[in-house]
Design a protein around this ligand. Structure first.
Ligand code: ADP
Length: 255
C-alpha cells in the first residue's frame, strides 16, 4: 500500500492581514480588512478616491500605524517594535506617485545610497547592482544625470530601479502613474509588467484598469475602508457581483 503525503493547501503567504482597523482621529479609514498575499502574486487594489487604498498600502510598511488587527510580513508582525519595522521595510520596496528622488544626486547616487548605508555593501558592489537594475528599467545610459534632467516617466523608472536595488521581496505601488503625462504612462506600466513577469510579488494601487486586466492575478475592490469584492481580473471586470463594484466600473468605463 502506498501512503500519499498529507494534502496541504499550497500556502506561500508573504503578507497576512487580519481584521485590520485604522482610524484618523474619529474617522474609521480601514474597517476590518482581511487580505493574504501569496509569494509571486500580483494584486491590483482598485476603488474610488478616498476608499482607503493608499492607507492600506502605507500600513503594510508602517508608514501608517494601525490601531487593531494584525499585519504579518514574511513571518514578522508589524507592531510599534522599531526593530521589526526595520526588518519588514528591508523586505518591501515602495514606489509612490511622486518619485521622491534626491534632486542634488545623480541617478546612480540615488540608487546606491540606501544599499550602502542599510545593507553595508561596498560602493563597487552597490554600483554594480544599481547598473543592473537601471539596465532592467532601460535607463542605464542616464545614470550620470540628475533627476531634473529626466522626464517624469524616466524618473519613475529610476524610482523603481532604486527600490529594486534593495532586493525587496515585495513591491508596493501607490498610483505610480497618476502624476505622469499620458505619453509616459505606458513606459512605466511596461516596466511594472516586466517586473511582474520576473516573479516579483506586487501590490499596486492604480487606476490603470488595462494593467489590472493584463497583469493582476487578483483585483481587490475597496470602498469606504472595506474590501467589497475580490476576484480574478476576468471575473472582476466581466461579472462583478456587488452593486458598488458595478457602479465603480460603470463610472470608469461609462456604461
Ligand atoms: P485612497 O487611496 O483610496 O484615495 P486614502 O487611503 O488616501 O484613500 O484615504 C482614505 C480616507 O482617509 C480619505 O477619506 C482620506 O481623506 C482620509 N485620510 C487619509 N490620510 C489621512 C490623514 N493623514 N489624516 C486624516 N485623514 C486621512
Amino acid at each position: 500500500m502506498t501512503v500519499s503525503p498529507p494534502e496541504t493547501a499550497q500556502d506561500d503567504a508573504i503578507i497576512r492581514i487580519t481584521d485590520l482597523n485604522k482610524w484618523y482621529g474619529d474617522f474609521h479609514a480601514l474597517r476590518g480588512i482581511n487580505l493574504t498575499v501569496q509569494q509571486g502574486e500580483r494584486i491590483v487594489i482598485a476603488g474610488p478616491s478616498g476608499s482607503g487604498k493608499s492607507t492600506l498600502i502605507r500600513c503594510i510598511n508602517r508608514l501608517e500605524a494601525h490601531e487593531s488587527g494584525q499585519i504579518v510580513v514574511d513571518g514578522i508582525e508589524l507592531t510599534s517594535d522599531v526593530k521589526n519595522i526595520g526588518k519588514v521595510r528591508s523586505e518591501i520596496g515602495m514606489c509612490f506617485q511622486h518619485f521622491n528622488l534626491f534632486p542634488h544626486m545623480t541617478i546612480l547616487e540615488n540608487c546606491i545610497l540606501a544599499p550602502m548605508s542599510v545593507r553595508s555593501i561596498t560602493r563597487n558592489e552597490a554600483e554594480e547592482t544599481a547598473m543592473h537594475f537601471l539596465t532592467k528599467v532601460r535607463i542605464a545610459d542616464q545614470a550620470g544625470k540628475f533627476p531634473g534632467q529626466l522626464s517624469g516617466g524616466q524618473q519613475q523608472r529610476v524610482a523603481i530601479a532604486r527600490s529594486l536595488c534593495m532586493k525587496p521581496r515585495v513591491m508596493l505601488f501607490d498610483e505610480p502613474t497618476s502624476a505622469l503625462d499620458p505619453e509616459m504612462i505606458k513606459e512605466v506600466l511596461d516596466t511594472m509588467t516586466a517586473l511582474a513577469e520576473g516573479g516579483m510579488t506586487m501590490l499596486c494601487v492604480t487606476h490603470e484598469m488595462g494593467f489590472a486586466r493584463q497583469v493582476a492575478d487578483r483585483v481587490i475592490f475597496m470602498d469606504q475602508g472595506e474590501v467589497i469584492e475580490e476576484n480574478t481580473p476576468e471575473a472582476f471586470f466581466d461579472t462583478p457581483r456587488q452593486d458598488r463594484t458595478k457602479l465603480f466600473l460603470s463610472q470608469i468605463f461609462g456604461h
